[in-house]
Design a protein around this ligand. Sequence first.
Ligand SMILES: NC(=O)c1ccc[n+]([C@@H]2O[C@H](COP(=O)([O-])OP(=O)(O)OC[C@H]3O[C@@H](n4cnc5c(N)ncnc54)[C@H](O)[C@@H]3O)[C@@H](O)[C@H]2O)c1
Length: 258
Amino acid sequence: MQLKDKVAIVTGGGTGIGGAVVRRYLDEGANVAVVDIKPQSELDVTYADGDKGRLLLVQADVTKRESIEHIVNSTVERFGRIDVLYNNAAVFDMRPLLDESWEIFDRIFAVNVKGMFFLMQRVAKQMVEQGGGGKIINMASQAGRRGEALVSHYCASKAAVISYTQSAALALAPHRINVNGIAPGVIDTPMWKDVDALFARYENRPIGEKKRLVGEAVPLGRMGRPDELTGAAVFLASADADYITAQTLNVDGGNWMS
Ligand SMILES: NC(=O)c1ccc[n+]([C@@H]2O[C@H](COP(=O)([O-])OP(=O)(O)OC[C@H]3O[C@@H](n4cnc5c(N)ncnc54)[C@H](O)[C@@H]3O)[C@@H](O)[C@H]2O)c1
């Protein structure tokens, strides 16, 4: 067990990659605060009876200042400290570049950038105060490595995640807080239902075609599964990654080479 008795917060932990990371962190012995905007009844993750003592469900919107306080305070109240932040909640949308997109910009940047940054800042303050270091893992994307004509705001938001990861890693290094990112490629989660439908609309394709094509284009020949992100999520949260900071690790079947 690589995370025995550690305390982790996982945002967007109600489904997809976040849900798989919650399951794996529990299996690795961690106490986990699962944060999601969705109510508990809609969470797509199954927990065993034995997990209950190590699990805290927090319904919260990471874009709200008071929610960020609530996430940190309720985790510390329940488990005493925070060792790991898996900063994963995000939303996707797309529009042709010349189309109206003020609302999309605001929504994407509110969750993927503002929520990501200010939760990281608040958790880092807690880690500095408690001492002993910590691990912060921000979810970027291959979309943050390169722009896309239809996906400008999401790509820019993920490039911001990579940049904030670097700045925070430098600022927090004296406190032995490691800050790293993970850049997934195409992972088969509920998010992809929306992504596929949007590409169908804007590229005039049948439903399902874009998803099939992006899977076939991966050097390893298929989309990833959410559980295939969990090895990196555990590694970067563990003592094995004590000498790694400011990096964004590609977990993408070979899509991006760096
Ligand atoms: N699926 C992919 O192909 C892929 C690729 C690259 C990067 N990513 C990134 O990985 C992370 C997880 O993606 P996923 O595919 O599992 O997404 P998903 O849409 O399947 O799940 C995201 C979860 O975040 C929650 N959430 C959304 N807004 C929130 C808010 N304001 N406050 C709290 N919770 C909120 C949702 O309710 C949902 O449970 C995201 O950061 C995403 O950008 C995904």
